[in-house]
Design a protein around this ligand. Sequence first.
Ligand code: OXT
Ligand code: ADP
Ligand code: MG
Length: 598
Amino acid sequence: MDDPVAMHKTTSAAPPQALSSDEAGASRVSAQDTASAFDLVIDALKLNGIDTIYGLPGIPISDLTRRAQAAGLRVISFRHEQSAGYAASIAGFMTQRPGVCLTVSAPGFLNALTALANATTNCFPMILISGSSEREVVDLQQGDYEEMDQLAIAKPLAKAAFRVLHAEDIGVGIARAIRAALSGRPGGVYLDLPAKVFAQTIDAAVARQSLIEVVDPAPRQIPAPEAVSRALDLLKTAKRPLIILGKGAAYAQADAEVRSLVEKTGIPYLPMSMAKGILPDTHPQSAAAARSYVLPEADVVMIIGGRLNWLLSHGKGKTWGGNSPKEWGGQRFIQVDISPQEADSNVRIDAPVVGDIGSCVSALLAGIDSSWLKPPAEWLDAVSERRNKNIAKMAETLGKNPSPMNFHSALAVVRDIIKANPDAILVNEGANALDFTRSIVDMYKPRKRLDVGTWGVMGVGMGFSIAAAVVSGQQVIAVEGDSAFGFSGMEVETICRYNLPVCVVILNNNGVYRGDEKNPSGGPDPSPMVFVKNARYDMLMQAFGGAGVQVTTPAELREAIQVAFRSRKPTLVNAMIDETAGTESGRITSLNPTAKKK
Ligand code: OXT
Ligand code: ADP
Ligand code: MG
């Protein structure tokens, strides 16, 4: 960039008034003698390759959104900050650049905070920038407009949190935020910008000097050679090896290396939900359909970019062949991760390989030559047999056409659609709507499946869909439980406003998990688990000019999605599902306290 800071003639320290886009555009190109804090924020972001802001305007950041748009940044304005935050976080996951979310003070900040915490939990790089109130008034608790000590509140939920008090420090603040979000294990970063900062202007030459273009924000981390040898030595001893790919492996964008490692070793692999598609789910080495067989049976497990958290039953207990929830199944583990603290979090890791996945997998590959012995045929055959059995069972179920339509018959359609459109991005949330989609719909390319992640959080659907469409330009299909959709449903207006190629498919079973529950007291209120029966979510999309279709059969569903994909028009397909088809909490019923008691 020739002139990172657009300079302005500003005679007072008052915040610049709202600019028409003409004025704002002109002010950015003409050489002036001072720069405003707004311009410093915009130019610092641009200088670092950030081209989109996801946010919701208001005091004190409205002008920042206007000026950012005038300066050529894409500003996607949402109806609720939580969706903007989720959008930013998933943009970070998809692009390896921190997604930026911009909000107003206290309530706006808090609305986005769930998304920031979710980003940190999921290792997504994101920066939440919030305007805030006057420091001295906040600190004396004198009741300022939207008063809140935001920095203190953000700290425990973010990977890092910073505040900038002087315009001269904006460049440093944004540079630190970018480095914190991207380096090592990625995460959510909070940047506090009090309204007073926006009122500041500084000398343009000083401003120019203050900006930092972050060099190598996510440095490669090369694993120690002895760690690589230790891992390979352990892998060589395996009779029943297994590779588990987590979403860190998807984030790392080392797709060719990961594929090569899997294929050269010949080891069966299990993709975690958002790692589906790093290799196509139809790959002969995929053990996804033999999950409950391979986990307890494997003797050496190599985890690449995944954690032994609840989704992997903490590496022990029945899932892994232990007799009690705490008992270790006897597996030996290799863990490839950028975080040196991750190993031993749940069970002993015999061979930690610490570094970025690209470097680690390349180093492992360097130690695997043509003399490498493939796993014993006995193991491969046993995995294949189990897998083929489950796939055949699934094919039988998917071949049925029950009336009313159920999860399987509806998702058989989505499965075909993704197969025919492997570049489409699948966003997925719900309970049954999530779990059935994960096992039924095969993914063919990396980073095409975006879902509820580590927290199993509802509400990501529309934010993820919007960012996925904005970042990639690809068609998005969001498969949503009706409850899940409700958390961010108003964002269909945002989808229509930006005319994004998003097709929302609601698997509408009239409730949370199922729609047939009754009030146990016999009173007039409905059960807490159900919604208005046969709700017309499709009309919500129509209200904003999108296409809304209600369907009751797989044939109608197929037609509706195909039309949406052809037209790329915002579409909501309200797919009516048998309200008795779901199970409590989908596949994680056992996590309910009553089930645990039993
Ligand atoms: O090996 P076995 O035999 O076991 O078989 C497995 C695979 O081998 C096999 N499989 C296959 N077979 C054939 N072919 C293929 N291709 C194939 N692939 C796999 O299938 C089985 C299952 O495979 P899977 O899934 O891999 O294995 P398993 O054992 O299930 O894996 C375990 C887990 C833990 C890894 C997995 O289950 C998982 O990833 N689970 C994620 C669960 C999750 O996160 N759920 C979301 C949260 S639930 C709940 O909390 C909800 N809430 C509360 C709430 C939340 N979450 N957030 C907020 C902000 N507020 C409140 C709410 C409100 S869900 C919810 C709404 C629900 O209602 P909706 O209307 O939205 O949704 P519906 O339920 O549809 O009504
Ligand atoms: P999943 O839910 O798919 O199992 P997790 O979110 O639990 O995945 O784990 C992702 C892991 O990937 C984290 O431990 C994180 O430190 C790691 N990770 C993220 N990016 C990289 C990278 N570029 N290189 C190595 N490890 C990474
Ligand atoms: Mg439902």
